[in-house]
Structures are given as C-alpha cells and as structure tokens.
Design a protein around this ligand. Structure first.
Ligand code: HEM
Length: 413
C-alpha cells in the first residue's frame, strides 16, 4: 500500500474498490479510497461474490466507538477481516477474541508482565537486539531493512516468552504466513491452506513446549507465567495457554517490523524531517516514534460483529452484521489530525490509534514503544541519513499494512 503520498481522490472510486482483496492493499491506493469513504460514505457496505458482506467504518470517532464498546460490537466471533463469516474457535480463550468480563480476567495478570515498569530490565537486551539488527548497515552497503526487520521483534518476544533461539526462524516464518497468507513471499498454497499450516505449526509448537514444562517448576518467562497464573479463580487450561502464546507472538511479529521499515522509508522520503531527527535525536525520537506509528498503522483493519441493531456513522447496522474498522484511515482523519498527510516528526497532540482503542488496546504497546525508542536512538547514534536503493515491495494483506522489501543505504555519522 502506498503510505507516503497524499491520496489522489479523483482517481479513487470506493464503489469499484475491493477492500477485501489483498492485492488492492499491495498495489492499489487504499488511502485514496478511505479518504473518499470518510468524506462521502462513512458507513460503507461491501458484498462479496459469495454473499458474505461487511460494513466498513473509516472515521476516527466511529472506529473508536466500534472498538470501544464490546456490548455493542463483540470480538467473540473473530476480530480479523480474513475470518469473515467463520466463527472463531479461540473465542472466550484467546485474549483478542474474548469480551469482558472474561477478557479482563485473562488480561490483568498477563499485563502485569508487560507494563513499562516490568519491562525496564529488558532495555539492555533490546539494545543488543537492535545492535544486531543494524550491524550489516555498518559496512555502508545496500541492505534490505524490511526483510531484516522481520526478525527483530522475535529476538525480544522469543526471549520474553522463553522459546529457544534455534526455533526463532520457524516461528518468524509461521507468524508471517498467518499475518499475510496471500503474499507470495510466505504462501505455501492457497491463502486458506497457508493460514491452516501456519496455525497448525504454531499451535503444535506451543503445545509441545507446554507438555515438556508440565510438572516442572514454573519458569520465570511468559510461557511459565501463563502456565502458573490464575484468571478469575482458576489456572488457564493448556488450550488457553497455547492460544495466548500465539496471540503474543503474532501481536509482536506481525506488526513491529512494518513500523521500523515504514518509518525509515518515510524519513528517506522527507529529507527535511530526517535532518530534524538526525540533528537532535534526544529531543525528536519520542515524537518520531508516535508519528511513525500513526504513519505506518501496521495493524490496518480489525473486525467486530454488531450485537444488536444499532445506528452507526449515520446509517444502521443489524444485529449479527460484520463491521470492519480501518485503523490506517482513522489515523489520517482530517477531523482529528492537522494536515494528516504530512509526515511530521514533531507532531503535537498525536492521538493516533495504531495500538487500537478500548478494552483490547494493544497489550504489547509498552514493549513496542520501548523497542522503537531504542531503535531510533541507536539508528541516529550510528547513522545520519537513510536513502532508498531500490523499489519497495508492499505486503499483500487486508489485515497488516507493511513492506516485505526495502533496500536502503544508511550513511554513517
Ligand atoms: C507496532 C507494533 C504493534 C501494533 C501497531 C499493534 C497493534 C495492536 C492493535 C490495533 C490491537 C487491538 C486488537 C483489537 O482491538 O482487536 C492489538 C492487540 C494486541 N496486541 Fe498489539 N500491536 C503491536 C505490537 C505488539 C507486541 C510487541 C505485542 C506482544 C508483546 C502485542 C500483543 C498484542 C496482544 C496480546 C493483543 C490483544 C490484546 C487484547 O485483546 O486485550 N502487540 N495490537
């Protein structure tokens, strides 16, 4: 997806655009279509050839309303657009597909391990992971930041979860398949087959880790925590432990790489902003991180189902209807962001919702923010500029917006 230029609204016909088509998100211009929808059709219905249908909401306030109230819009029938029409087997077990009150029982004890305070001890480890990530750039040649970024969150989440390093490459591949099963880079057959293989491999993997740990002293890592914590007044079942390991891993691996590569792409395309950031990183990195998140919005869409008939975005949806929220659109809403298509590393009052909104607000947000802060601190300590050295390739996915290829040259200080 193009995430740099201001959209060309005249060229965008929302009635002709297929928001359900991964190819549209790879080679089309969803930002132009979203701009049209925000302006003229804030509640937009799309009916697929097989009869399935979903509404789209694109304005910031409407997206927050849908994400913010589980009594009106449930997550329990699946929260990803690609699952449209298929009930979710992880409902009530995996955090992201569970509504309150059960959701809070699962989330509270897990969250304790992922707050900024709890993660303070991880800073050195993350700095090391970032140093490894940037190492090939020190030679001054061309390197593919998008490709390399795929492994970065794994080195942190893998250590946090407590999975051995020898397994990280497999887990990176399976989560990439699950996040973008229609991208040729990751697919092993049809999209549905790729998704099935990815789920099977990852669930089997975590089932084996849980089996080998049962009966032993609980480890201090996140798998150990999931296996020993209580939610409500009972421990988690093995199935719940496995689903939530998957959720944490997917949450980290599917999104983080794209904010890294997308923010570096934006800096390469806005030399004035690059100069500002490189000139005073200590002052700029905190706002650069937030602008990078708003700009890239890697978690592009989420799904909810209406619980009752309700008014939404000036129209009506019926109980049982599927509603897709487009986070990348909400984060360019001109009602909320001044000059939303300007990449501004010093943007003030940046109320982006890249991490979602409401009860399911990203559990990994403190970890992601810490990783990005360290990454850009290290980047500007070592380098003064970034330039593209070949074409970018965009991910083929309706769920995740991002890059699979971005050759760059980074000039040392
Ligand atoms: C740029 C990085 C990230 C972005 C943009 C992002 C985005 C999001 C969004 C939008 C949601 C809300 C889903 C919904 O409403 O249905 C979410 C939930 C979640 N994220 Fe992240 N995420 C990121 C990094 C991470 C990391 C590093 C982790 C792991 C530590 C993680 C784990 C999770 C989990 C477990 C949930 C489910 C929370 C719940 O249902 O209560 N995410 N994320």
């Amino acid at each position: 997806m193009r995430i740099t230029a201001a959209p060309a609204p005249a060229a965008a016909d929302p009635a002709a655009a297929d928001l359900f088509d991964p190819e549209f998100h790879a080679s089309g211009d969803p930002h132009a279509v979203w701009a049209q929808l925000r302006a003229h059709a804030p509640l937009h219905l799309q009916v697929l050839p097989d009869g399935r249908k979903f509404w789209s909401v694109t304005r910031y306030d409407d997206v927050c309303r849908v994400l913010g109230d589980h009594r009106e819009f449930t997550s329990e029938r699946g929260s990803v657009l690609t699952q449209l029409g298929h009930d979710d087997v992880s409902s009530g077990k995996m955090l992201v597909s569970t509504d309150p009150p059960r959701h809070g029982q699962l989330r509270r004890p897990l969250n304790r391990r992922l707050t900024a305070k709890a993660l303070a001890d991880w800073e050195d480890r993350i700095r090391q992971a970032v140093a490894d990530f940037l190492a090939p750039a020190l030679g001054g040649g061309v390197w593919d930041v998008a490709r390399r970024a795929y492994r970065l969150p794994m080195t942190v989440a893998g250590a946090l979860l407590g999975v051995p390093e020898k397994d990280w490459d497999d887990l990176v591949r399976w989560t990439a398949m699950a996040a973008a099963p229609d991208d040729a880079e990751f697919s092993v057959g049809s999209g549905a087959a790729t998704l099935a293989v990815a789920h099977h491999q990852t669930f089997d993997y975590f089932a084996a880790r849980v089996r080998e740990r049962r009966g032993a002293e609980p480890a201090a890592d996140l798998i150990g925590h999931l296996m020993s914590m209580t939610a409500g007044d009972a421990p988690l079942t093995d199935e719940e432990v496995i689903y939530n390991c998957y959720s944490i891993l997917l949450g980290a691996n599917a999104t983080t790489p794209h904010t890294v590569s997308g923010t570096l792409l934006a800096l390469s395309e806005h030399p004035d902003q690059l100069r500002k950031a490189a000139g005073d990183p200590a002052a700029v990195v905190p706002t650069l991180v937030e602008e990078g998140l708003r700009w890239t919005s890697p978690a592009s869409s989420f799904l909810r189902y209406a619980v009752t008939d309700t008014e939404l975005a000036g129209g009506r949806v019926a109980a049982g209807d599927a509603v897709a929220v487009w986070i990348g659109s909400a984060n360019r809403d001109e009602r909320v962001f001044t000059d939303p298509y300007r990449f501004d590393v010093l943007r003030e009052d940046n109320r982006h919702i890249a991490f979602g909104y409401g009860p399911h607000y990203c559990l990994g947000a403190p970890l992601a923010r810490l990783t990005f802060r360290i990454l850009f601190e290290e980047f500007f300590r070592l380098f003064r500029s970034v330039e593209t050295a070949g074409p970018a390739r965009h991910l083929r996915s309706v769920f995740i917006a991002g890059l699979t290829q971005l050759p760059v040259v980074t000039a040392p200080r």
